[in-house]
Design a binder for this molecule. Sequence first.
Ligand SMILES: Nc1nc2c(ncn2[C@@H]2O[C@H](COP(=O)(O)OP(=O)(O)O)[C@@H](O)[C@H]2O)c(=O)[nH]1
Ligand SMILES: [Mg+2]
Length: 404
Amino acid sequence: MSNKDKQSWFQRLRNKKQEDAAVTEAESTQPHESEGMPPASQESEEEPGAQQVQIAPVLETPAPEIPEQDPDSPATSGDTGDTVEDGEPEKAGSQEEGAQGWFKRLKKGLKKSTSAVSDGITGIFTKRKLDDETLEELEDLLITADLGVNVAAKVASALSRDRFNKEISDEEVKNILSSEIEAILAPVAQPLMLNSANKPHVILMAGVNGAGKTTTIGKLGKKFKDDGKRVMLAAGDTFRAAAVEQLQVWGDRVGVPVITKEIGSDAAALAYEAMERAIAENVDVLLIDTAGRLQNRDELMAELAKVVRVIGNKLDGAPHDTVIVLDATTGQNAVHQVEVFQKLANISGIVMTKLDGSARGGVLVACADKFGLPVHAIGVGEAIEDLQPFDARDFARALVGLEE
Ligand SMILES: Nc1nc2c(ncn2[C@@H]2O[C@H](COP(=O)(O)OP(=O)(O)O)[C@@H](O)[C@H]2O)c(=O)[nH]1
Ligand SMILES: [Mg+2]
């Protein structure tokens, strides 16, 4: 495998990070259109694949509020998908800030989660000692911010190790907290790597309806295409007409083929057809969408198992990645979703979306701590550039409100 093959778009984006500072004023003020769910009217005018991936622009307009799902009932609350397609994509064209690095973009996206953590710490540690009382308050704060009981305890013990009964500033607490979070996140920050020996490299996207599967497939498809890969998408959520259409729109937009079947047809049959075509057409990467309805778990489990079996029969070792897409606004429910889907399929990694609309971004730390699964990417908005490679240090520092 050549180095170029090994280099994922994530790594390239990472390299681009350094270049962000150099983005010119002219570039940064140039409007760019919304990528969330492109209106059909734009499709005809747009040359597929012609659009450049923009790295730096940051949206001035606030991210749309994502309604919170009921944390106690993942089965029904996650199923927001059918209405999702009607949602207005984020208006990205009007105003953009000047040259901004990834960090600022991430920080902006995480704003709500950050203020939950950062303001709380300042509140607790202003002119106070690190004692049992403040430690308990800190633990409560971290649990409330969705980092999980285990992470909260770890942080508290790290803090008390050498600072107990001493005065400590909020800034010091934030630094220690961010180091602890970074240590938890570093081992899981692993980009989605395509292996060019896999023809095609098959990625199965799982997760509850509304989590961001289809959108993430569209964004990844665009990035891979821009990386010079032959990309194919498969509309494996055969249950919902809107879901198939939504993927088709992304395919047209990105300029890559989308394999579809009639609504209600067997997802495994669709997967089989997609595999055949992908192999015949020498595709590099096949991204397969799946249904996310959990109302009937047995049915979904059987369907997913069959899809996986069919894919594996067509190509040894496939699917090469089975990625669960999680919606950060669901807080602790995201942890529960991983548990559920691990029983349904052999989950190999995580993408977490909607960190922008959420005050519960800390759940990513809880997931990392609990499952140790690779976190491939995070979504901090609806634009293509808002799907970012996951960087442990950046995330940890942004979350607790520190500078880069
Ligand atoms: N604000 C925000 N919205 C997102 C993000 N990722 C996805 N979405 C939106 O979430 C909604 C549901 O996404 P979709 O891909 O249809 O979910 P699916 O049912 O899992 O396929 C869509 O309106 C997306 O545009 C993100 O990172 N930030
Ligand atoms: Mg979908």
